[in-house]
Design a protein. Structure first.
Length: 66
């Protein structure tokens, strides 16, 4: 069975501490081997324009198996 990388995205979730409302930002076209330092830089840049604190950052990878 072969494994082929198809795509990846970065999903950032911010939660309002008072209302517990979640805000999600998804960025597509993440590279398969995105360095941790670069992901952290994206998180920090977005945190400066999002009111609620970003609580989680997830890299979502999609593969095809044939």
């Amino acid at each position: 069975m072969n494994k082929e990388f198809l795509s990846a995205s970065l999903k950032l979730t911010a939660i309002n501490p008072v209302t517990e409302k979640k805000t999600t930002v998804t960025l597509n076209d993440l590279t398969q081997d995105a360095p941790v330092e670069d992901v952290e830089a994206v998180r920090n840049a977005l945190q400066s324009v999002i009111e609620e604190p970003i609580s989680t950052v997830e890299a979502v990878h999609t593969f095809a198996f044939a």
